[in-house]
Design a protein around this ligand. Structure first.
Ligand code: 3YE
Length: 204
């Protein structure tokens, strides 16, 4: 683009950041399907415009979490998925599903875990008065936001920050951290050990 010299706009979502990363020839990952629990969202449109297969698994159409997760599991199996990235996905997954995909499920959280687990992590950081927060990509275990940490980026909290301004700064960090963490896992540099701790490849 002529005015700011950048040839591409910054990604506005984690899905878009992951799509841009994985289309690079140097990437170890390929996105084979995008699954949304909400019909009609922009992420589905962005994926299909990029030629990626999409599926909607609407949680409202299922009588239980087990049936919802079971349907997602069947789609993942249908596509031969090896790694799952939870990007903008706000549902708590069942222990059964999480154990089946142990070591293959990645989530991103808008704080430096183990601080500020759960919802409104940015608000929690502002209320706590920390001067640094950030984002964390972790393997998913049944206990929410408690799995082994793959990658983090620190973000300063500025004196006049609002929840919105801080969230935007964290979001920009997320768009670097999630693609980086995916490459570590897809490239075999990082994996989840039997003991639930991160194992770094000797080659790293
Ligand atoms: N499930 C497990 N462990 C994890 N899902 C996510 C991470 C993660 C996981 O580490 N077992 C808050 C979800 C928090 C919540 O209560 N969600 C509601 C639905 C809210 C909605 O649909 O907007 C619910 O009943 O699940 C992904 C991030 C989860 C964020």
């Amino acid at each position: 683009e002529l005015l700011n010299g950048a040839s591409h706009a910054d990604p506005s979502t984690n899905l878009q950041a992951l799509m841009e990363q994985t289309k690079k020839p140097s990437s170890s990952a390929e996105i084979v399907v995008v699954i949304s629990n909400r019909p009609g969202v922009l992420g589905l449109k962005k994926a299909s415009m990029a030629g990626i297969q999409t599926r909607v698994v609407d949680h409202k159409l299922y009588g239980s979490r087990a049936e919802f997760d079971g349907t997602i599991d069947r789609v993942l199996e249908e596509f031969g998925v090896e790694v799952v990235c939870l990007a903008g996905f706000m549902r708590i997954l069942t222990g059964h599903f999480v154990r089946k995909w142990n070591g293959k499920l990645l989530n991103i959280h808008p704080s430096l875990l183990p601080s500020f687990k759960g919802v409104n992590a940015q608000k929690q950081a502002l209320l706590a008065g920390v001067r640094l927060t950030g984002c964390t990509v972790h393997f998913v275990v049944e206990e929410v936001d408690a799995g082994a940490i793959i990658a983090q980026e620190a973000v300063p909290v500025l004196v006049n920050d609002t929840e919105e301004s801080l969230s935007e700064r964290i979001r920009e960090a997320e768009h670097r951290t999630f693609p980086a963490a995916l490459e570590l896992v897809a490239g075999g540099v990082v994996r989840l050990g039997e003991d639930g701790r991160i194992v770094w490849s000797q080659l790293a």
